[in-house]
Design a protein around this ligand. Structure first.
Ligand SMILES: Nc1ncnc2c1ncn2[C@@H]1O[C@H](COP(=O)(O)OP(=O)(O)OP(=O)(O)O)[C@@H](O)[C@H]1O
Ligand SMILES: [Mg+2]
Length: 468
């Protein structure tokens, strides 16, 4: 059988409450009983003291036996207890209720009194079902022990008192226990009910209803769990939306070159063979569009490798000077087409570095592509390279539209496309960031809206690890 949290908690709490109440009750009742008994004993002692002192003072000229015959009342005038007078052998000479034991039993208190002067005892006697308390003290005449005076009190009265006080305590204990048990049910509800709500929400999310949100009952650990669950659902929701947007923008981007290729194919079929110029133009455009498609498919492939963790980095020696030059020359026509001032700057001598040249080129081109795309005609884009402290630092700055501050933290996320972006699939920077990360470097983006953007890429001159 599996016990739920509710049963485990209530069961545990009830056990603790009952145990505590029981122990406390036992302790309190015992203290009360001891207290009552002590009082009774102190009373008996007081009375006994008065009587035995009186004996020593006034009756010590006559023998004990004579005194018993003549002045017997004196001994019980002081007390409501049963009074016995015993001789020095412990034999009962007189008993105020007339109880004379058949055989000669020595009571422990009498024994003690004969030894040390006084003694007390609590126990059972045949003539009182409640048990009795007895106190004894020696009677002396001129310093000589002549007998024992014994006061005996039934325990009925005190026992009844103790019982009625105990009853009150037991009732109080029972009330406390019942209230605590009810409270423990309530307490376990405050834990179990919110937990159940969170679990229900999680179950509904798991079954596909991602719009469900868990309601928070208290601001405690379970409340935190609820918040986390909602955050998780929000994230899943956001990713889902971005993925859908991604698919639609990718389809859109693939269709544009395809339309162009198809258009030119149809045109070329219709034109006469003699029109060489038109043929050339058409085939050029078809070739270019095919290159664009290939690049796009390559990016998608990279992305799928990135998602499944299969993106790899090679290690080779490259001439940084030459590398920067090639990249600059490759992109200059595009910048000119877009009406941008594109400058390539190099500070000092550029050395030979060890890294993955193709991947690095892919990253730089991607970042430059963004700069071109988000900078309107007439603006400028600067590509700067510096080597310092064993690091290559590439800086791409533009005077474009910039990135709003609220979008900046998400810019490197997969599928993230800014509000300013119309074309594009939103995966470029996520791939760049991953590649630079694998090279042991960093990619940082600084941007001010309507002013421009600066991307700073740092990689070590010599790639550690990576495949040769
Ligand atoms: N230089 C820049 N200026 C302004 N916004 C930028 C710049 N670079 C990136 N962004 C913003 O960051 C977003 C993400 O960039 P990213 O390169 O990852 O995707 P994309 O360019 O939209 O698509 P893709 O590169 O996959 O074709 C862009 O949509 C854009 O909003
Ligand atoms: Mg991009």
């Amino acid at each position: 059988m599996i016990l739920g949290i509710r049963s485990r908690m209530t069961f545990g709490i009830i056990l603790i409450i009952l145990l505590t109440v029981f122990v406390m009750e036992a302790l309190i009742i015992n203290i009360v009983r001891v207290n009552y008994y002590n009082n009774l004993e102190a009373n008996l002692w007081n009375q006994l003291k008065v009587s035995s002192e009186m004996y020593s003072r006034y009756f010590s000229d006559a023998s004990l036996a004579e005194n018993v015959m003549n002045n017997v009342d004196t001994f019980w005038k002081q007390t409501s207890a049963q009074v016995q007078i015993l001789d020095t052998d412990g034999r009962v000479l007189m008993d105020s209720i007339g109880y004379m034991p058949e055989e000669d039993v020595r009571m422990p208190d009498v024994e003690k009194a004969l030894e040390t002067g006084r003694g007390s005892w609590t126990g059972k006697v045949p003539y009182d079902s409640n048990g009795v308390m007895a106190v004894s003290a020696v009677l002396t005449a001129d310093g000589e022990t002549v007998g024992v005076l014994r006061f005996i009190s039934s325990l009925r009265g005190v026992d009844e008192d103790v019982r009625s006080v105990s009853r009150i305590f037991i009732i109080i204990g029972a009330v406390v226990a019942v209230i605590s048990i009810l409270l423990s049910f309530l307490l376990s509800s405050t834990i179990v009910d919110p937990l159940k709500r969170v679990t229900d929400a999680a179950a509904r999310m798991a079954s596909g209803d991602i719009n469900v949100r868990s309601t928070k009952t208290y601001n405690d650990e379970i409340g935190k769990l609820s918040d986390t669950l909602n955050y998780l659902a929000d994230e899943i929701d956001k990713r889902d939306r971005m993925k859908n947007e991604f698919i639609s923008s990718i389809s859109h981007e693939l269709r544009t070159p395809l339309t162009s290729i198809k258009g030119w194919a149809v045109t070329l079929k219709e034109v006469k063979d003699e029109d060489r110029e038109l043929h050339e133009t058409g085939l050029d455009i078809i070739e270019n569009e095919c290159d664009r498609l290939t690049a796009m498919v390559a990016e998608l492939l990279d992305f799928s490798r990135l998602v499944s963790g299969r993106l790899t980095i090679k290690k080779e020696s490259i001439q940084l000077e030459e590398f920067v030059d090639i990249v600059g020359r490759q992109l200059a026509p595009r910048a000119a087409r877009d009406g941008l001032h594109f400058s390539v700057e190099v500070e000092g001598e550029l050395p030979e570095i060890v890294t993955d040249g193709n991947r690095l080129k892919q990253v730089i081109i991607n970042v430059l592509d963004n700069a071109f795309r988000f900078t309107p005609a007439g603006g400028s884009v600067l590509f700067k390279t510096v080597v310092s402290g064993g690091e290559v630092i590439f800086t791409v700055s533009d005077t474009g539209c910039g990135i709003p501050a609220d979008e900046l933290p998400y810019i490197k996320e997969k599928f993230f496309k800014g509000r300013n972006s119309k074309l594009g699939s939103g995966i470029g920077l996520s791939i760049c960031d991953e590649i630079i990360g694998m090279m042991g470097g960093s990619l940082a983006i600084y941007s001010t809206e309507n002013k421009g953007t600066k991307v700073v890429i740092r990689i070590p001159c010599v790639l550690e690890g990576g495949a040769a």
